[in-house]
Design a protein around this ligand. Structure first.
Ligand code: ADP
Ligand code: MG
Length: 233
């Protein structure tokens, strides 16, 4: 595993204001993620897992503190720069897949490439390769409703991979799947990490899913359990 740091959270705090009430899902959180590692994030419901994942993925910004990605501070990028950052660096996988129902598997995977400049031929090659990597090429012409949950998640993984981003984030990617499909998805995520050198950050409730990762961190009320930080790697 490469020892290069991909992401660093420095004293990251997230505050949501609701009227006079303040919710603070993350509070002075410090975390370093290495390039090429498969990291699992666990913690009870409401402990700030999704909030942290969204900040790591540039979907949300910290209220205080910094998010350093490949040495660059992305916490204060404007909206346009942040969108560009995401489209170049992040693939996102959701619990409920979030495929567009009126598009085929192929078209869903093609979607993130439409903002990238390339020829139609290059685009086709990229989509075909991503579908193959996710073992779902045989369903390219199917619509989401014609696919099982496990197959939909494979399409979603192909969509996350198609732009070749260094970081894949997954929010409870197996939360809606039966045991067997879940295991296949986890094996796939692990392969992306170890064979394609992607960094994978996965939120999960499932201890068995977390076991597939190189390292597991536990979030508790917006901070990381310090004991976990000394995992040998
Ligand atoms: N957009 C938001 N506005 C206000 N509160 C939020 C928002 N997003 C999350 N929260 C609150 O922040 C806390 C952490 O939420 P979340 O990160 O989704 O937890 P988890 O993913 O661990 O279940 C919860 O109390 C939640 O209600
Ligand atoms: Mg969540």
């Amino acid at each position: 595993m490469s020892k290069e740091t991909l992401i660093e959270c420095k004293e990251v705090t997230r505050i949501y204001k609701k009227g006079t009430q303040e919710i603070r899902p993350l509070s002075g959180l410090n975390l370093r993620i290495q390039a090429g590692e498969f990291l699992a994030l666990m913690g009870p419901s409401g402990s700030g897992k999704t909030t942290l994942l969204n900040i790591i993925a540039g979907i949300d910004a910290p209220s205080e503190g910094q998010l350093i990605f490949k040495g660059n501070d992305i916490s204060n990028l404007n909206r346009r720069k942040l969108t560009q950052f995401r489209s170049e660096n992040i693939g996102y996988i959701f619990q409920l897949y979030h495929l567009v129902p009126v598009l085929t598997a192929y078209e869903n995977v093609e979607l993130p490439l439409l903002t990238h400049s390339m020829t139609a031929k290059q685009r086709h090659e990229r989509v075909a390769k991503a579908l193959e990597l996710a073992h779902i090429a045989d369903r390219a012409d199917h619509y989401p409703r014609q696919l099982s949950g496990g197959q939909e998640q494979r399409v979603a993984i192909a969509r996350a991979l198609v732009t070749d981003p260094p970081l894949i984030v997954a929010d409870e990617p197996t939360g809606d799947l039966d045991k067997q499909s879940a295991e296949a998805i986890l094996i796939l995520l692990k392969r992306l990490c170890h064979e394609l050198n992607k960094t994978v950050v996965m939120v999960t409730h499932d201890p068995q899913a977390a076991e597939m990762a190189d390292r597991t961190l536990h979030l508790e009320k917006g901070v990381l359990n310090l004991e976990d930080q000394h995992v040998a790697s």
